[in-house]
Design a protein around this ligand. Sequence first.
Ligand code: KMH
Ligand code: ZN
Length: 272
Amino acid sequence: MEKLIITVAICGAEVRKTDHPALPVSAQELGDESFRAYQAGASVVHLHVRKDDGSPTQDAIVFARAMEAIRSRCDIIIQTSTGGAVGMSAEERSSPLTLNPEMATLTCGTVNFGEGVFWNPPELIERFARMMMERGIKPEIEVFEAGMIANALRLVKKGILHLPLHFDFVMGVPGGITASARDLVYLVESLPDGCTWTVAGIGRAELQLAAVAIVMGGNVRCGFEDNLFYRKGEPATHNSQLVDRIARLSKELGREVAEPDEARLILGISKK
Ligand code: KMH
Ligand code: ZN
């Protein structure tokens, strides 16, 4: 089995400081939090950014500041979000791609997202995919529902995306696929040979599905975007505490954890 790639989703767009006082939001906080997670074993940081008042933004200038803060501390792979927050325009969501990050997310379909709708019509997906290909940005295909795999493979057929692709299964969002081992196996078995995958379980499913992914040869995402708790009733101190547990579990199960350069090799990313 390849080494385990741990992605840390340090802040997301929906969680607020009032939900967790240690939520990183400023560039310095995002830099420090990414560094702690890197030291604990994360090789990819899934990045959202915030305005000064803590609300989500996709402003390229705010992203650039956060990316600079992260890069000055460590060589973790930076994966910018193109999802942003529910309700943002396609224009706004695509802004961080102008910074040519090493990696970016590409959600391949529309899905209910709690009380809202995470809107990803075919034209938006295709536009984002073309931008990523033109700029040499490695897409991570975000899958909230099984049909999103087929949507991504349609873009392969059209010659816009190319195999092997890397997928992230986000499981347990209210409105999306359930966070069960059964559904994870189904998603994995739906991928073409040679593709890589990560699982991001929401809430308490984060740890449970991580354990399944580690033994199945997949990869793991954890962090405050998906889960704020170390265990029931006990908030995690930092994102790094969640990363550290996944790294420990993986080593106990006989799988070493990838450094950023090893993750680049596995994912087919050439360092920028
Ligand atoms: N905040 C969600 C609506 C992504 O980063 O690409 C979308 C999201 C996915 O977080
Ligand atoms: Zn996200």
